[in-house]
Ligand binder design. Sequence first.
Ligand code: HEC
Length: 209
Amino acid sequence: MSDSCGTGADLPASAKATAGAPKLARDREASEGGQAPRRPWWLASAVALVGVVVCWTLGAGAQAQLPSEASIAAGRRIYLQKADCQACHGWAGDGEKMDSQAPDGANLRMSQLDRDQLVFVIKCGLPGRDMPAFDRLAYTDDRCLGRTRADLRRMGLELFDPGATLQSREVERLTDFLLAKVVRQGSMDRAKCIDFWGEEVDVCSEFPR
Ligand code: HEC
C-alpha cells in the first residue's frame, strides 16, 4: 500500500522534508555523471508544494486521503467494540487495559509505527507477544511475511486469539482513527478526551481542567 501523496498525518512532515536545500542532494545523485543540476533550492520546494496541493485536490475530489470524521468515528467503534482493542490497550490506547485478565497491551499513544506498520501489526498480530492477528486469513497464505501457522508452531510462537476478525477496510478505518486520535498523540488530557469522544463524557471529568 504505497501512495505517493501519503496520509493526512504525514503530509506536513513530507512537505517539510522537501523544503530547503538538503533535498537537492538527491537531485544531484539522480543526475547522470554526477553533475549537479543548478536548480535553486526554492524551485525544489515549489515543485514539492505543487505536489502536495495536487495530492490534496485529487484526494478531496476522488478518494479522500484525509480521513473523514465519519471514518474516524467508524474506526473508534471498531477499536472499542468490534475488535475490543481496549481490553488490552485501554480505551485511550495508553495501555491502561480495561480487562484485568487480559494481556498488557502496549501504550499505543507512544507508538512510533507508521500507517503501513500499524496495518501490518493489526492484520498479522505479534506472534509470541499476545497481540492477536485480526486478519481472518493471517498465516494461511503469504500475507504475513510468508509465514504459516505451521511455521509459527515450529518456531514456538503462539498466536493470541482475536475476539473478532476484521476486513481490510475495517482495518483502514481503525488505522485512520488510531493516527488521528491515539498514535503519537501524547498523554490523554481533558481536551483530548473531549475530542476523542466528540463530546464531554463522564470519563473526561477525571482529567483536571
Ligand atoms: C489480547 C490482548 C490484545 C488485544 C485484544 C489487542 N492487542 Fe495490540 N498488543 C497487545 C500486546 C500484548 C502488545 C505488545 C506486544 C509487545 O510489545 O510485546 C500489542 C501491541 C500492539 C501494537 C504495536 C505497538 C508498538 O508500537 O509496538 C499495536 C499497533 C497494537 N497492538 C494495536 C492493536 C489494535 C489496533 C487492536 C485492536 C484491533 C489490538 N492491538 C488488540 C495485546 C493486544
